[in-house]
Structures are given as structure tokens and as C-alpha cells.
Design a protein around this ligand. Structure first.
Ligand code: SF4
Length: 376
């Protein structure tokens, strides 16, 4: 196949079918170079050369900036700790901001961090930087909503129930009516601005109490102007809410039936549906270590592009990754980026050996796999 006439987006699509094709990486590298994206070109070059110690710097960062939160969600541990990103790391992140392409914010509740405004204002001065903020959406006042509506931003609302009863049961301390008011206020600013680059998404942590409400997530998204719905599996908790840990076959069957129906409906509504739910299996298959689905070939860009700093300071290439590669209490971002453990992630990716480093979400869910982290 000739790649000569393909543009960057075509090449990325082609990489999804053929993630390890050196000609595709090489062509992509050339096109990035031609359009002045030297940083992205260098990443492709270093992948092609099989480098594990990189000259390129992260083009994206993920920050769980604070554990502070006024809610007590039943599937979340964050609020049980008391953690704020250290001032020293805030200073280091500021150095990266002018060169980043992607900045992903998470909490706790991002808007309760004392460093949020300082970092957000600086991030907004990089017009090429796409930000994503995961939030309950409950701590947005008018001033904040106006600022968000003017930013190059995807605001990702955590909404884990689509009836008042389920929402308030899971997201303890939250009021459904407040959520609806804040969505309406934000949409008001967005609509008035005309040129707003703000998009809104919904993320749902799927568990026992809410899996039967998933079809309603699309109706909710459509009613309230959300363009994207993301389904992720419940993690961390061991109660019966964890349908994955307890291998809830009934839930697995239900999800197996409704997700394809939801995909059809989502495309009819013009909503992107990202399904990161691994299958729920029983019997012999249940105890298996994760493996790349159907032995498919993958290539994951995240270890060449991104670092995610979690609550407590642990760092991983992406929040889905299973192994930490350092902690910002001990090392700088710069040191972690080319540290021994990051090198190991890259070595293993190059050998298509994902087993002990990667999560089932990446290895087995329909929305991941193939060419991960190459959408930006
Ligand atoms: S495939 Fe592996 S390295 Fe890539 S994001 Fe997923 S868990 Fe991390």
C-alpha cells in the first residue's frame, strides 16, 4: 500500500490496523516535521529507532492534583487521604506547560485545589494545549464557568447514575438538582460565546448499582449537550459493587447485550461512546492473567508521550497502567521520564510484551488496544 498521499489523520487510522508498521511511523514522522510539530516528529523517530532513553520530553501530563473532595462516593478512596500536589512539582509542571499538547486533570475535586487557578491560567496561554478536566461539576460558579467556556478544554463530568436516586446513592453528598443547574449554567456560557472550544463529556464508573441505567446515559448526554460518553470499570473496591472482582455473570450478560445497542444509538445521536469495560467471564477463563485480546498486535504510545501523577505522588505512564515508574516525592518528572522503570515499560512495549505492566482495560476492552495513545 502507498502511504504517500495520506495525511496525518489517515496515517493514524492506518496505524490502528497495523500498529507496528515502520513505514507508517516513518511517514507520520515526516509529516509532523513538515507541519512544524518537531516534538511529535521526534517521538516517532525515537519509536522507529527503538529508543528507550529519550531525547523527547513528555507531550502530555496527567495530574491528580488534590485528594480534597466534598463528596464521599462509594467507589472512591481518594477522599480518605489528604494529599495535594507538592509546590515543587507545580513549579516543574509550569516549565512543561508551554510545550505540552495535552493536560489531563483529576482529583479528588480539581476545583478545590489551591493550585488549580495558577496552573489553569498558565495552561490556557498555550493555545495548542488541549486540556481535560474530570470533575463532579458541582463546584463551578459563574466566574469559573465563564473561564471554562473560553478554554480549549474537554470538561468530563463524573456522573455515575442517571436517576436522582442512583446518582445520590453512589455520589454521596451530591445533589442531582445541583448537577443539572450547573450543566445548564455552563451550557449557557458556552452557547453565548459562539466560538467556544469547550466540549463536555460524561464518564461513568460502571458497578452493580448503576449498570442497568447505562442506556439512559445516552439520553442524558443528548438532552444536555454532551458529545462523549466514557464507560470505565469500577476498581479499587471489594464490595459487591465490584462486578468485575465478583465476576457477576448476570451483569456481564446484560452489558454484553446492551453495549452494542448503545453503540448504534450513540452513532445515531452523534455521540462518541468509548467503552473501556473488559468482558466479565466465568469458569476457567476468569482466573487468567490479562492478555492482548485475541492475541492482537498492539502498540502503545503512552510511555513515549505521557506521565500521570496519581494521588500520593506515584507516577505511571497512564492512569490505566499497573506499575509505578517513580514517585514525585523522591524524583523530579524529568528524572522519572528516563528512569529505569520507564525504560522497562518502553522495552516491553517494543517487544509486544504487555502482560505484567498493563491493565485489562487496555488489553481487553473494545475501545483500547491496537494503537493506544496516538489520537493526539
Ligand atoms: S497499554 Fe499498557 S502501557 Fe499503554 S496505557 Fe495501557 S496499561 Fe499503560
Amino acid at each position: 500500500m502507498s502511504y504517500e498521499k495520506m495525511n496525518i489523520e489517515d496515517l493514524k487510522k492506518e496505524l490502528k490496523n497495523d500498529p507496528r508498521n515502520p513505514d507508517l511511523h516513518s511517514k507520520l514522522c515526516g509529516l509532523y516535521g513538515e507541519c512544524g510539530e518537531g516534538g511529535l516528529a521526534l517521538i516517532e523517530q525515537e519509536i522507529l529507532a527503538g529508543k528507550t532513553v529519550l531525547e523527547s520530553r513528555p507531550s502530555g501530563l496527567g495530574l491528580a492534583i488534590t485528594s480534597k473532595c466534598a463528596l464521599r462516593c462509594i467507589m472512591c478512596d481518594a477522599w480518605k487521604s489528604s494529599w495535594e500536589i507538592p509546590e515543587r512539582t507545580v513549579g516543574e509542571v509550569e516549565q512543561y506547560l508551554p510545550h505540552l499538547k495535552r493536560l489531563y486533570w483529576q482529583g479528588g475535586e480539581v476545583f478545590l485545589s489551591r493550585y488549580f487557578k495558577r496552573l489553569f491560567n498558565k495552561a490556557c496561554s498555550n493555545r495548542d494545549l488541549r486540556q481535560e478536566i474530570v470533575t463532579s461539576g458541582l463546584f463551578i460558579d459563574k466566574e469559573c464557568a465563564e473561564r471554562l467556556a473560553g478554554a480549549n478544554l474537554d470538561l468530563i463530568f463524573s456522573i455515575d447514575g442517571f436517576t436522582e436516586k442512583t446518582y445520590e446513592y453512589i455520589r454521596r453528598g451530591a445533589r442531582y438538582a445541583d448537577l443539572l443547574n450547573n450543566i445548564a449554567m455552563l451550557n449557557g456560557f458556552r452557547n453565548r460565546s459562539g466560538s467556544s472550544r469547550l466540549t463536555t463529556s460524561i464518564t461513568v464508573v460502571v458497578m452493580k448499582s448503576n449498570y442497568k441505567e447505562l442506556p439512559e446515559s445516552l439520553e442524558f448526554a443528548r438532552r444536555h449537550g454532551f458529545g462523549h460518553v466514557i464507560l470505565t470499570p469500577v476498581d479499587h473496591i471489594t464490595t459487591e459493587e465490584n462486578i468485575y472482582l465478583h465476576k457477576d455473570i448476570q451483569a456481564g450478560r446484560y452489558l454484553g447485550k446492551i453495549i452494542p445497542e448503545m453503540s448504534v444509538k450513540a452513532s445515531h445521536y452523534g455521540i462518541t461512546l468509548d467503552n473501556y469495560l473488559p468482558p466479565i467471564v466465568g469458569g476457567e477463563a476468569a482466573g487468567k492473567e490479562p492478555s492482548t485480546a485475541a492475541g492482537r498486535e498492539m502498540f502503545c504510545y503512552w510511555p513515549w508521550k505521557f506521565l500521570y501523577i496519581d494521588i500520593g505522588g506515584g507516577v505511571r505512564p497512564h492512569c490505566f497502567c499497573r506499575q509505578e515508574v517513580g514517585n514525585i516525592a523522591e524524583n523530579s518528572i524529568e528524572e522519572i521520564w528516563n528512569g529505569e522503570k520507564m525504560q522497562r515499560y518502553r522495552e516491553k512495549m517494543l517487544k509486544n510484551d504487555y502482560g505484567d505492566l498493563c491493565s485489562r482495560v487496555c488489553l481487553e476492552s473494545p475501545s483500547s488496544g491496537a494503537c493506544m495513545g496516538n489520537s493526539w
